[in-house]
Design a protein around this ligand. Sequence first.
Ligand code: ASP
Length: 353
Amino acid sequence: MKTLKSFIYLLTLIVSLHMVAQKNDLSNVVILATGGTIAGVGETGAQAGYTSGQVGIETMINSVPGIEKLANLTGKQISNVGSQDMSIKIWLKIANRINELLASEDVDGIVITHGTDTLEETAFFLNLIVKSDKPVVTTGSMRPSTAVSAEGPLNLYNAVAVAAHPDSKGRGTMVVLNDQIHAARAVTKTNTNAVQAFVSPFRGLLGSVIYGQIEFYRKPFGVHSTESIFSVDDISSLPRVDIIYAAADSSADLIDLSIKAGVKGIVIAGVGNGNMNTAMLEACKKAVNQGIVVVRSTRLPSGYVIRNAEVNDDEIGTIASDDLNTAKSRVLLMLCLHETKNAKDIQEIFYNY
Ligand code: ASP
């Protein structure tokens, strides 16, 4: 029954995509909507309070004049949540759907609308797991759809323009907001409310997109997409990895609690160059000795965490995150732990992905 349903679904998808493909010479772009502020609604146009994930994909597309001239568009609702509720289950659903769609000759690119809070994590996850060089573009907005000067419609317009453009191929998963094109690995959210919230502080922008006009500056750093060893095919869940934040005189209790909870990996959001106080370091040693993989990242927005700088990683068995931020270190570690627990191999992956 399930097989028959999937077959009928696939057939309908192929037929409808084929019909779209015949319409004209435009690229075929599928928009997968997941929720977020871009689909958020407030009672008035000038208030801070609103609810994420209220507007459906069709309404979002219809609110962008001229978008139909950029590409033949199909919209699919994957979820409708604030991205604070984004989950590994939804990630797997998105990744599987993208792989299915991009395997078809009739799909040229994908846009994912998403909340901005965890956008960088989803984008990086897709960057590591999507098996295609066709463009995958994520976007969102800082202002809800009902706000005065909501910027979601222009972000969606620009995201579709990037997804439809042949130069966008081979650049991994991208993040398009506020006229800028970021690489998933490099980008981070740096402001709670401003429209210019996303920056790529260490590696810089991939390019820019002004009312659909695109200029790329470079290729992204790091192994991604078809070159990546990670595959969604054999994943139905990911191992638990906790993030623990370091500060002056932090207690080590949270590390001990994580160990007790049966965690498989820990990412420390360290001070400075991935440092932590003696108590936390001792707790990390204990974790490593129990087979838990510990990554040292930094709570700072930019810079390398250097192996064996002030912490002797060789002796303790910890891993340095290189320039990957804490949230993305957790994503990479979860995927690594699905494959291996070998600290040396995982360190190599952190240097290269
Ligand atoms: N909390 C919202 C979310 O991430 C914020 C946003 O989208 O800007 O879904």
